[in-house]
Design a protein around this ligand. Structure first.
Ligand code: CAA
Length: 394
């Protein structure tokens, strides 16, 4: 009798965001433009805005803390932290989280970077680790603060969030299937030189690059024996702004010759857009915030549904792959908690947003003590002796 193939995938997933929010009507009013350019044109309503004592570590620890609270840290021997908003050029942000969560010392911890793609690289590396030894559990944390210059066209597409997920054998949420399609192209559509805290972007070119990359990854996915378009029930895209996912899905329908009408195409992605519409871009976390948003949809029973994922990171690297939602997945969701995280954010006005944005560049490595502002469980307390200090708040 032949052995059953090993099933590996996402066993649990959780989310966190910054604890302040700017409604994009505030930005539109300051700019003197119609807010529907944002609400409708780019499909964004709000953006999460970190306080001075919040960053990728505090959000990442909060998201991962929910997973550790439920499953314990026992047996997690790898923590992969994916981000392009790194807080140190050498030490992984994951090591700070490992310390804050009191995880065991027999653990490898590393940070990964390739723009918004790196969480998918972390997922693929995690699948490999578990395939080699099914006892392994890998904690992946994707966290980013998306920042563009004030008064630039990228400004309404900022945001902040973290998603953590646990990769194991016999996953309870989503089994990840083995076939993938890849695409890499050495371009400058979006990038951030070391001396800048805000990204540089060639906006229109970045949209075209994203769509070209989708075609490249999908074509390779098909060539390597991936399932047909019609055998995929839902789709989940990297979402720099939610309209990008709509454009991408329309393009994929055209490439695949699906024949689906507009409503049918929208139904395949609609639920995946809800969280990102409210957090704003969270770079590498955004596709997994999209997955959580899709799973949280209480109007659909997704058991047995196949999800197609398109992960894009400027620069550029992308990947198309699929996963199958597992029976009983709904029992593991934290719908009310996730909704509360978004609803309980403190609304700020334009002036406060602008001063928080400007303050980021004032932290240059001198000793600093941050004001106690976050309502989250962890905070960035400041810098002493060139070292970042974090603490639990409760
Ligand atoms: N009511 C409704 N819609 C309106 C409107 C109104 N009053 N006014 C404008 N619109 C629509 C426009 O028609 C347009 O829609 P379409 O694209 O469907 O034609 C949409 O609103 C946006 O308008 P513009 O193109 O004029 O907007 P813009 O020039 O100010 O720039 C942007 C938009 C390029 C997305 C810019 O915000 C940007 O550069 N963002 C950062 C880059 C980015 O997110 N790139 C995505 C691909 S790269 C990637 O994915 C990696 C990553 O995370 C960054």
């Amino acid at each position: 009798m032949s052995a059953q193939p090993l099933r590996i995938g996402i066993h649990d997933i959780s989310f966190a965001t910054a604890h302040q929010v700017l409604d994009l009507s505030e930005l539109a009013e300051h700019q003197g433009i119609d807010v529907n350019k944002y609400y409708v044109g780019i499909g964004q309503s709000e953006m999460s805005m970190p306080a001075a004592d919040e960053d990728i570590v505090t959000m990442g620890a909060e998201a991962a803390g929910r997973i550790i609270d439920r499953h314990g840290a026992e047996g997690i021997r790898t923590l992969l932290f994916a981000t392009e908003s790194g807080i140190d050029q050498s030490k992984s942000a994951g090591v700070f989280v490992h310390g804050l969560l009191g995880m065991g010392e027999n653990c490898r911890v590393v940070e990964l970077k390739q723009a918004c793609y790196s969480a998918t690289a972390a997922l693929q590396f995690a699948l490999g680790i578990v395939a080699r030894d099914p006892r392994e559990k890998v904690l992946v944390i994707a966290a980013d603060v998306a920042r563009y210059a004030l008064d630039s066209s990228g400004e309404p597409t900022q945001g902040a969030a973290a998603v953590a997920f646990l990769v194991t054998a016999d996953p309870a949420l989503v089994e990840i299937e083995p076939v993938t399609g890849l695409h890499t192209d050495d371009i400058h559509d979006f990038w951030r030189p070391n001396h800048l805290s805000t990204a540089l972007v060639d906006g229109k070119y970045s949209l075209a690059a994203y769509l070209r990359s989708l075609e490249g990854a999908w074509t390779e996915y098909q060539a390597r024996g991936g399932v047909a378009f019609d055998d995929i029930d839902r789709f989940c895209y990297h979402q720099p702004f939610t309209k990008m996912a709509v454009k991408a899905h329309d393009r994929l329908n055209t490439i695949a010759g699906s024949g689906l009408d507009r409503d049918a195409r929208r139904a395949q992605i609609a639920a995946s857009l809800d969280i990102n519409r409210r957090t704003g871009n969270s770079y590498t976390a955004s596709i997994y915030a999209g997955l959580l948003s899709l799973l949280n949809d209480d109007e659909a029973d997704l058991e047995g549904s196949r999800i197609g994922f398109f992960s894009y990171g400027s620069g550029s690297v992308s990947e198309f792959f699929t996963g199958v939602v597992q029976p009983g997945y709904r029992a593991l969701l934290r719908r009310d908690e996730d909704a509360a995280l978004l609803d309980s954010r403190v609304a700020i006005g334009y002036a406060r947003y602008r001063s928080l944005h400007e303050a980021v560049d004032e932290v240059r490595g001198e000793d600093v003590v941050t004001a106690r502002e976050t309502t989250g469980p962890f905070r960035f307390a400041g810098i002493t002796d060139q070292m970042r200090r974090y603490e639990r708040t409760r």
